[in-house]
Design a binder for this molecule. Structure first.
Ligand SMILES: Nc1ncnc2c1ncn2[C@@H]1O[C@H](COP(=O)(O)OP(=O)(O)O)[C@@H](O)[C@H]1O
Ligand SMILES: [Mg+2]
Length: 139
């Protein structure tokens, strides 16, 4: 298991995103934990741009799943906050998405935690003394 920690400002975001992409290697499912306003969507936006997508990245708060195109295929961006049960998760096709072989970035993964594939990467962002601290955990 690999565990890395970064403290970063918005100016450093591109470097942190680059480092995350280098470190996750071929892992496809990445979950992000952190309170509202921690910086989850902001990080995903930068990462998706770095992956070569020109699609507009927005928070899937209401849509639950956003899909973006990039040169290697599709990227799923999920906000599981409003999912209340397994049934709801399965209704939106969570299984197909998680095992699609495409990249999947998930905010608020708690409700679907037990459905996550082996090898899922964990990112946690916390605010400490007004600074963002990010922990990257790769199995
Ligand atoms: N590293 C950072 N340093 C300073 N501000 C940040 C950083 N990351 C994100 N922000 C700011 O925090 C706010 C909330 O970010 P957002 O990504 O929407 O949070 P979340 O998706 O976790 O709710 C945005 O205004 C964003 O610009
Ligand atoms: Mg968000």
């Amino acid at each position: 298991m690999k565990r890395l920690t970064f403290i970063y400002s918005l100016e450093e975001l591109p470097l942190i995103a680059q480092s995350i992409l280098q470190n996750i290697g071929l892992q496809k499912v990445i979950v992000l934990e952190g309170h509202l306003g921690a910086g989850k969507t902001t990080l995903i936006k930068e990462i998706i741009a770095q992956l070569g997508s020109t699609d507009l990245v927005s928070s899937p708060t209401y849509t639950i799943v956003n899909t973006y195109l990039y040169p290697k295929g599709e990227i799923y961006h999920i906000d599981a906050y409003r999912l209340k049960s397994d049934e709801e998760a399965l209704d939106i096709g969570i299984d197909e998405i998680l095992y699609s072989g495409e990249m999947v970035w998930i905010e608020w993964p708690q409700i679907i935690e037990h459905l996550l594939p082996e090898g899922t990467v964990y990112i946690k962002i916390t605010l400490e003394n007004n600074q963002r601290k990010l922990t990257l955990q790769i199995p």
